[in-house]
Ligand binder design. Structure first.
Ligand SMILES: *Cc1c(COP(=O)(O)O)cnc(C)c1O
Length: 390
């Protein structure tokens, strides 16, 4: 007869979860509601579909072969990306979206905090070794920027070091960062969203390079939106061994659904990431879609131009209506609306079946982030804004 376990020995399901995970603030993705006729301007998806050649390539492989594992290193895609960027396949690692790679970088380059170690630091250790141990555990980023970074630090048990951008969301210079004192030039890992999200502001390669030169830990330049900008900083990833450029097929290449992103960087850092990723981290249909995308870049460049033209048009119209529109180098606009608080606008637009994004943080709460859609959709937005203002 099996003995029954005394009730007192049973642990509550909650107590089975690590304290760190129990108290975690999970990342909040933009809504994907299923409301008929809704105009979605909230998650920076591309309004234009993938190239017909990409759709064809994916359809061609949807058959009995779905039972097979995909290429474990996404080798053909690595090789094609290497050719595309003028580097070696050893400079490239592909991920299940760039989000996966950002998480892997945290795991590969940052020491998790150990509670006991933190305690020891305050008692015996010398000031210098305490600060150098702290650096090894630090994930650093500007605020506001991509709200996933603090979540990645927290999941890993690392220390986040958020440092504010200037009030107009431009990047402080190295000199200003040194004077201010909050920036850690030895942080194990620094994330820079360039162009910035959610502000849309672009940073020049020269200012990024100046920061890279001053920084000793790993620097990840997250270029998720760079195809809508005038400059990119890819050359820095091939020039400096501690700099990685992160790219994604999601936003500019209309493949959010497929989850493909990649890093370009020094082979030592790339092979470290290769060690900690899942063996088959990139799904086969995603690899096929990304390969076909690289064969039809001209199709996408045309769409970048259309999105940029729409962006500049709606920026002018909203400015006329009294919005403060920040200069954008992305496929979205960051705007400060007139007359009502920004979250009031969020509600009023929602009532008119238009969904935009609002971030409830001190630096961003007066703004709305509006994804650039096709002309008809953004015209509907401008019409709704006029009606609300009336
Ligand atoms: C959308 C986004 C990503 C993630 O892209 P995926 O490749 O879809 O995971 C990364 N960084 C920033 C700043 C983004 O906006």
């Amino acid at each position: 007869m099996p003995r029954t376990i005394p009730h007192s020995a049973l642990r509550t399901p909650r107590s089975l979860v690590r304290p760190l995970v129990r108290d975690l603030h999970a990342y909040v993705p933009g809504e994907q509601p299923k409301i008929k006729g809704l105009i979605k301007l909230n998650t920076n998806e591309n309004p234009y579909p993938p190239s017909p050649k990409v759709l064809q390539a994916v359809k061609m492989v949807v058959d009995g072969r779905l039972r097979l594992y995909p290429n474990p290193t996404a080798q053909p895609l690595r090789e094609k990306l290497a050719k595309f960027h003028g580097c070696k396949p050893g400079n490239v690692v592909v991920g299940n979206g760039s989000d996966e790679l950002l998480a892997l970088a945290t795991r590969a380059f940052v020491e998790p905090s150990v509670a006991a170690d933190v305690r020891r630091r305050t008692s015996k250790a010398t000031h210098e070794s305490a600060s150098s141990r702290r650096r090894l555990r630090t994930v650093q980023y500007f605020t506001p920027s991509y709200s996933l970074y603090p979540v990645l630090a927290e999941i890993h048990g690392a220390l986040g070091n958020p440092v504010p951008l200037k009030p107009d969301f431009s990047m402080p210079t190295v000199k200003e960062l040194r004077r201010d004192g909050r920036w850690d030039f030895g942080a194990a890992l620094t994330f820079i969203t360039s162009p910035n999200a959610p502000s849309g502001r672009g940073y020049s390669t020269a200012e990024l390079e100046a920061l890279c030169r001053a920084q000793r830990g790993v620097m990840i330049l997250d270029e998720a939106y760079v195809d809508f900008a005038e400059e990119n900083a890819l050359k820095l990833a091939l020039k400096y061994p501690h700099v990685i450029v992160s790219r994604t097929f999601s936003k500019a290449y209309s493949l959010c659904f497929q989850r493909v992103g990649y890093f370009v960087g020094h082979p030592e850092l790339i092979s470290a990431l290769d060690k900690v990723r899942d063996s088959y981290n990139v799904n086969g249909l995603g690899q096929v879609a990304a390969l076909a995308t690289l064969d039809d870049i001209a199709y996408y460049r045309k769409n970048f131009q259309r999105i940029i033209a729409t962006r500049e048009q709606v920026a002018r119209e909203l400015t006329v209506l009294g919005f403060r529109v920040l200069p954008s180098r992305t496929n979205f606009l960051f705007v400060r609306p007139p007359a009502f608080p920004a979250n009031g606008w969020l509600q009023k637009l929602r009532e008119r079946k238009i969904l935009v994004r609002w971030f409830n943080c001190p630096e961003t709460k007066d703004f709305l982030r509006i994804t650039i859609n096709k002309d008809a959709e953004v015209e509907a937005l401008v019409k709704a804004v006029r009606a609300i203002l009336r």
